[in-house]
Design a protein around this ligand. Structure first.
Ligand code: NDP
Ligand code: 8X3
Length: 251
């Protein structure tokens, strides 16, 4: 089937994508900072689907580590067919005048710079084979801003812009670029945003049926199944009760 590389595969959407793509027959490269979770997923995928798994443990914010770990994988793993740039986070929720600088750095360094560091390693491999599919996980926050979302939304707007730019730059090499923009998905996202406050995180998903990580993974997989000449450029998916980044009917 081929090789799929999924960043941020230790939880949520990334983990679901790794499972879906492994189930579909891909060998997978899974990455994240939590080594124990990577190892558990590696075992699960090998047992359930007989998947060959390369688990890579690094922080996408650390350009030297990305280069060292990802840049030096064995030759046979470099034939990456699908790259899912998923690792990302929101940190905090506050008005721009009250924002926490460390939170801003974490979001910019992970969501924008991390995506770039990984892409900078993988795209030349795809280019040399004149083949590949880059799938960037944006957000409804790539399309509209919402109150107190400022820097998170800006990073996701950047993912949208980078996806458009990648598509133009990769045209001569026949590399597909798809940006997928989910609305609310119940994952560890809000727990991370609210720094472990479980009640606040749970409240985000009350009063409506959110997307599951698998819902998003199914759409990611669908995008990989189209004929070679067909590319979904930009795709927004939301729960039925969500219209856009700030309208959710919670009744
Ligand atoms: P989770 O918190 O459940 O998962 C985030 C993943 O990103 C984890 O595997 C985490 O791994 C990884 N990650 C975070 N920071 C780093 C880092 N510095 N280095 C390496 N890996 C990192 O959240 P989601 O699954 O919801 O989020 C995945 C993507 O989807 C993000 O880009 C998010 O912005 C986007 N998204 C989420 C939505 C939602 O409502 N949940 C909606 C729209 C988009 P580890 O901690 O082990 O490093
Ligand atoms: C995550 C969606 O609206 O919770 O990208 O920020 S939101």
């Amino acid at each position: 089937m081929g090789i799929a590389l999924i960043t941020g595969a230790t939880a949520g959407i990334g983990e679901a994508c790794a499972i879906k793509l492994a189930e579909a027959g891909y060998d997978v490269i899974i990455t994240g900072r939590r080594k124990d979770r990577l190892e558990a997923l590696q075992t699960q995928l090998a047992q359930e689907y007989g998947t060959n798994v390369l688990a890579l443990h690094f922080d996408v914010r650390d350009s030297a580590a990305v280069k060292d770990v990802l840049g030096n994988i064995p030759e046979e793993w470099r034939a990456v067919d699908v790259l899912v740039n998923n690792a990302g986070l929101a940190a905090g929720l506050s008005t721009i005048d009250e924002g926490n600088l460390d939170d801003w750095e974490a979001m910019i360094d992970t969501n924008i710079k991390g995506l770039l560091y990984v892409s900078r390693i993988v795209i030349p491999w795809m280019r040399s084979r004149t083949s590949g599919h880059i799938i960037n996980i944006g957000s409804t926050a790539s399309k509209q801003v919402y109150a107190k979302g400022n820097v998170y939304c800006a990073t996701k707007y950047a993912v949208d812009a980078l996806s458009q730019s990648m598509r133009v730059d990769m045209l001569p090499y026949r590399i597909k670029v798809t940006a997928i923009h989910p609305g609310a998905v119940e994952t560890e996202f809000s727990l991370v945003r609210f720094k472990g406050d479980e009640n606040r995180a749970k409240d985000v998903y009350k009063g409506f049926i959110p997307l599951s990580p698998k819902d998003v993974a199914d759409v990611v997989y669908y995008c990989t199944t189209l004929p070679p000449h067909v590319c979904i450029n930009d795709l927004v998916l939301t729960p039925l009760q969500q219209a856009n980044a700030y309208y959710i009917d919670k009744n």
